[in-house]
Design a protein around this ligand. Structure first.
Ligand code: CA2
Length: 144
């Protein structure tokens, strides 16, 4: 089994509890269970985490340099603001896939730019929480 990190940024702990018209009805725990299930098909051990704190996400990306073969990340609003997360990901050598549940390009202009996309090897947006399964499948092909 190869370990991958699946990292989630601020407010994603509210998934399934608020704004279902944008983010759907599944909770982050449902998403984690599904990632683990899909991961097993590709011999991936999904280490699934969420934080509301930029520095904690940076620390986890540093940890991934030693412990993870790839990173799937939904940085939430930090996608649009965080040079620190971009810099941390740039120091990670494995594949990075960025996931957004909503289609950020169909939303407010401030969501159209992502610092993380400058580093990501793949970007999935607007596929709902299925984007995490798609990203896990893709990661299975990249780290085998
Ligand atoms: O579409 C996405 O996955 C986003 O990364 C979600 C972020 C948003 O700032 C990005 O522009 C796009 C927001 C996450 C907030 O998640 C919530 C979920 C349920 C209820 C309220 C917030």
């Amino acid at each position: 089994m190869k370990k991958i990190f699946v990292l989630n940024g601020p407010n994603l702990n509210l998934l399934g509890k608020r704004q279902p018209e944008i983010y759907g009805y599944e909770t982050l725990a449902d998403v984690a269970a599904n990632c683990r299930k899909v991961g097993e098909e590709f011999s991936l051990d999904c280490d699934f985490r969420q934080s509301n704190h930029e520095g904690e996400l940076v620390d986890w990306i540093h940890e991934a340099r030693e412990d993870a073969a790839g990173i799937i990340i939904n940085p939430g609003a930090y996608s649009h603001t965080s040079v620190a997360i971009y810099d941390a990901l740039s120091a990670f050598e494995g594949p990075v896939i960025e996931v957004h549940i909503s289609n950020t390009h169909k939303r407010e202009a401030f969501r159209h730019h992502s610092y993380v996309s400058l580093r990501a090897d793949g970007v999935i947006a607007g596929c709902g929480v299925e984007g995490y399964s798609l990203a896990t499948r893709r990661m299975g092909g990249l780290v085998k």
